[in-house]
Design a protein around this ligand. Structure first.
Ligand code: ZN
Length: 499
């Protein structure tokens, strides 16, 4: 083996993996948007075969030899290739530690689980999903142990989504949030609630689609590189920086649900669309981490999209598209309606203030199952107990409870904390952005370009060149500090509810 051969072999694998992931990504996107509901079987088989190829490519001897050689000659590589090799190796070490047959079986299990979860959710029938969920949790626990036998399995999974994250840090983070958020929720409960009835009038779906298209324009999404599809649980997928897909779900009697899905997923899309061209097709293309990605979706959704200035700017368009539904209401009415805070059942439709408590429920459940303190069969009960304890709400059925999210059926154990961390990262970024220019004045004019420019310069263009903690530090000039987030929430809700 020599350096040139090793580099060529490595590049060849990275390119082939991109192609396989592209194909499988399209199949996944199709499954979740337009494929017929009873079509999982054939797709599962094809996915199994394609997964086998990607596994062999990643874990194959030729790849291992090239990577091992390059790892020994890191100082002879340029900065980008060196980072690619290190990242590639780290990411695949986990997959490699899983026996091939088990890996393929797991990929097929996830394919089945998605279809079963959809039906279980529709029928509010946890029992039908339980055996698969048990297998997903068991598999993840086993995989974590194959990878790092001496470490706590849940810590291993958390670190995969957010490098450096563990239970100890999250326990501290969440208890800090709870300490600030719960008193605000209690104070709000004693105040007169905001009237938001007009957003729950019927807003025809075809008009909502028109509004979605407008919102994509306002936040600066280039539609020649990004389209919107419809799905049960909105998500974004990016195949490369010139082909990104966002999705939404339209609700006739609450158009704000789709509105904020579009802006949230639009935030993810902006990240992908503005990633650095020099990283195209490399092993470090894409976002730095799940939390950094969520910091961006939640940045546009909440810090921008739920701001008074943004609402002031888009309200005339809303009036134009829905004149009857919005008659007699002002932009301020709408601002208050979309920021109304009240404990509720569904995470993705929760307001900014109660949202982190929804994440806490999931975090604590994952922690309990992974440590063996709770069993999968008891999850509905545990879920309902925690929702009562943290949010004071009674869960009527599993559809509105433990079955609401797609993450567990997709095998994403350890992902949820990313949302809360992302919200906190975003608030810290906004604080520093405001020191550079008048963010509110730009947003009031409907001009998001400097916002996206600031984030592109500091976050998007760098792809996975830096670990999330380092990237945040580079962007903000300081370590992660959750107090910006709790300060932001306190200020916003004190103003809204006159606390
Ligand atoms: Zn998201």
């Amino acid at each position: 083996m020599d350096l040139e051969t090793a580099k060529k072999d490595f590049r060849d694998v990275v390119e082939k993996l991109h192609a396989f992931q592209h194909a499988m990504g399209i199949m996944e996107y199709d499954a979740l948007t337009t494929a017929p509901s009873d079509s999982a079987e054939g797709r599962g088989k094809s996915m199994g075969i394609l997964s086998r190829y990607t596994y062999d490519l990643t874990a194959g001897e030729k790849t291992q030899q090239a990577v091992a050689y390059l790892k020994e000659h890191l100082d002879e590589l340029d900065e980008l290739t060196a980072r690619e090799v290190t990242e590639f190796d780290k990411r695949n070490e986990y997959t490699r530690s899983i026996p091939a047959d088990e890996y393929v079986r797991y990929r097929m299990l996830l394919n089945d689980a998605d279809a079963v979860w959809h039906k279980a959710k529709e029928n509010s029938d946890f029992a039908s999903f339980e055996p698969l969920l048990q297998e997903i949790f068991d598999s993840n626990k086993r995989f974590a142990t194959y990878y790092k036998p001496d470490e706590d399995p849940y810590d291993v999974l958390l670190d995969r989504y957010e490098k450096g994250m563990n239970k100890e840090m999250l326990d501290k983070f969440f208890s800090g949030l709870r300490e600030k958020i719960v008193p605000l929720i209690k104070q709000i409960a004693e105040k007169e609630q905001i009237d938001s009835d007009f957003v729950n009038l019927p807003y025809p779906i075809d008009k909502q689609k028109e509004f979605s298209s407008y919102l994509m324009d306002v936040i600066g999404i280039d539609k020649t590189h990004c389209i919107i599809g419809e799905t049960e649980h909105p998500f974004t997928t990016g195949f490369n920086r010139k082909d990104v897909r966002i999705t939404t779900h339209y609700h006739l009697n609450d158009f704000t649900r789709s509105m904020y899905s579009v802006i949230h997923e639009g935030g993810h899309a902006l990240y992908e669309l503005h990633s650095g061209a020099k990283y195209d097709g490399t092993a470090i293309a894409g976002g730095s981490s799940m939390s950094i990605h969520e910091s961006q979706s939640r940045f546009y959704e909440n810090l921008i999209g739920r701001s008074r200035e943004f609402i002031g700017y888009i309200f005339p368009k809303l009036r134009e598209i829905f004149p009857e539904q919005t008659a007699g209401h002002t932009a301020e009415d709408f601002y208050r309606a979309i920021n109304k805070s009240e404990p509720s059942l569904i995470r993705i439709y929760a307001d900014e203030l109660t949202y982190p408590l929804h994440i806490m429920v999931r975090y604590e459940i994952e922690k309990a199952v992974m440590s063996g303190k709770a069993e999968v069969k008891d999850l509905p009960e545990l879920w309902n107990e925690k929702m009562k304890e943290y949010l004071g709400v009674d869960v009527p059925d599993d559809r509105n409870g433990v079955l609401q999210d797609s993450h567990w059926s997709g095998g994403s154990i350890g992902y949820f904390p990313s949302y809360a961390l992302g919200s906190a990262y975003g608030a810290q970024m906004l604080y520093h952005m405001k020191k550079d220019f008048d963010v509110a004045a730009d947003v009031a004019k409907g001009d998001i370009s400097r916002v996206t420019g600031w984030l592109t310069e500091r976050i998007y263009q760098h792809c996975r060149m830096y670990d999330p903690g380092d990237l945040l530090k580079m962007a903000c000039g300081e370590e992660f500090d959750p107090h910006y987030f709790t300060d932001y929430l306190t200020e916003k809700y004190t103003d809204l509810y006159d606390l």
